[in-house]
Write a protein that binds this ligand. Structure first.
Ligand code: COI
Length: 360
């Protein structure tokens, strides 16, 4: 994928006070922000208009703005990678554009034009190119967001919106290789329900998770395993990531049934595993099956997949029924091989037969 030469150029107002760059060995996640942001407005009847790149700064919002009352807000997440030759690459940004446009419908948010999304981000990242870190495992995290801005307290969709994109350097999620995490299996509260908004990257899905995640941490767990909202039995997501299991040599992931986010890393993982001719199944997996497979010794691996960490290995599933320790609490070969293959693609170390890299 290459940046179209005919893309309209978005006007840039450069900051007069660039921020100091943080040290690349202590970036963490989501703590630092680059100098500029992309902003685009939407007005009913006019569509999306006035795209501009401006210094990073606060937004002015009317206290009646509908995002603050009825939660019309959604976001995306992707990264820009520094390649070995110094160039910068995005990874499958068209998928984020497509997901944001698709999810917007369910939230009554007008879809953002997909080429404006991709070209706007490419231009923003090029403007802040010096913010793309180069230490191993680091990247520039990109956070596109849409909020409803109309000052109106009646309950209906807003007639005005702001799309903005901020970015910031982030570190490798696991500095010392894949570190297995301990996960709380939540039997009562749910992240999303089929027919709800779980398939959109709505801000509201994340607020639904916070209390449960906090209590999981109090129990010594790093994150939560989300089960389906009706039977509280079928596995859905883990933390903020899609869930994969290796059961008797088959890579298994729950199907996208409306309550699960259609992850781009999920799609990348499934595509690569199929390329390897590994058996792949998208099907329901119950906690009973997980326990039985564990008892039989066929539950070989469990891991989350997402943009932020790429792959996050589940070492233990903890619940009131006791711990299920997977692969002796160690990362398994499939998680490791997928992590290596995806990061090598993202950083330009392997050929890219599908054109997933968009080199700026
Ligand atoms: C991911 O795991 O990639 C996410 O979506 C995390 C993000 C909400 C910080």
């Amino acid at each position: 994928m290459s940046v179209s030469a005919s893309a309209p150029v978005i006007p840039v107002t450069r900051t007069s006070s660039p921020r100091p760059h943080p040290a690349e060995d202590a970036l963490g996640f989501g703590k630092y922000f680059a100098d500029h942001m992309l902003v685009v407005d939407y007005t009913e009847g006019q569509g999306w208009h006035d795209a501009r790149i401006v210094p990073y700064g606060t937004l002015a919002l009317d206290p009646a703005a509908s995002v603050l009352h009825y939660g019309q807000a959604m976001f995306e997440g992707l990264k820009a990678y520094r390649l070995m030759d110094g160039r910068i690459s995005l990874f499958r940004p068209d998928r984020n554009a497509h997901r944001m446009a698709t999810g917007a419908g369910r939230l009554s948010i007008p879809a953002i034009d997909q080429s404006l999304f991709v070209q706007g981000i490419a231009q923003l990242v090029a403007t802040d190119a010096d913010w793309v870190p180069s230490a191993p495992g680091t990247a520039l995290y990109i956070r596109p967001t849409i909020i409803a801005t109309e000052p109106f307290l009646g309950v209906r969709a807003s007639r005005t919106y702001t799309f903005y994109v901020i970015t910031g350097p982030v570190g490798a999620y696991y500095a010392g290789g894949l570190k297995p995490v301990r996960i709380w299996v939540e039997r009562e509260r749910v992240r999303a329900v089929r027919g709800g908004i779980g398939a959109a990257k709505a801000a509201a899905n994340y607020v639904a998770s916070l209390q449960v995640a906090e209590q999981a941490r109090e129990r010594g767990c790093d994150q939560v395993l989300w089960l389906d909202a009706i039977q509280h039995e079928y596995v859905e997501e883990v933390g903020t990531m899609n869930l994969c299991l290796v059961i008797d040599g088959t890579l298994v992931t729950p199907p996208l049934g409306g309550s699960i986010l259609p992850g781009i890393t999920r799609d990348t993982v499934l595509t690569i595993a199929r390329d390897w001719e590994m058996p792949v199944e998208e099907r329901l997996v119950s906690m009973t099956e997980v326990r039985d497979a564990h008892a039989k010794g066929t539950l070989q691996e469990v891991f989350g997949v997402g943009t932020a960490a790429v792959v996050s290995v589940v070492g233990t599933l903890a619940s009131e029924d006791g711990d299920i320790v997977i692969n002796g609490g160690e990362p398994g070969p499939v998680a490791q091989k997928l992590y290596d293959a995806i990061t090598r693609l993202q950083y330009g170390l392997d050929p890219d037969p599908r054109g997933w890299r968009m080199v700026l």
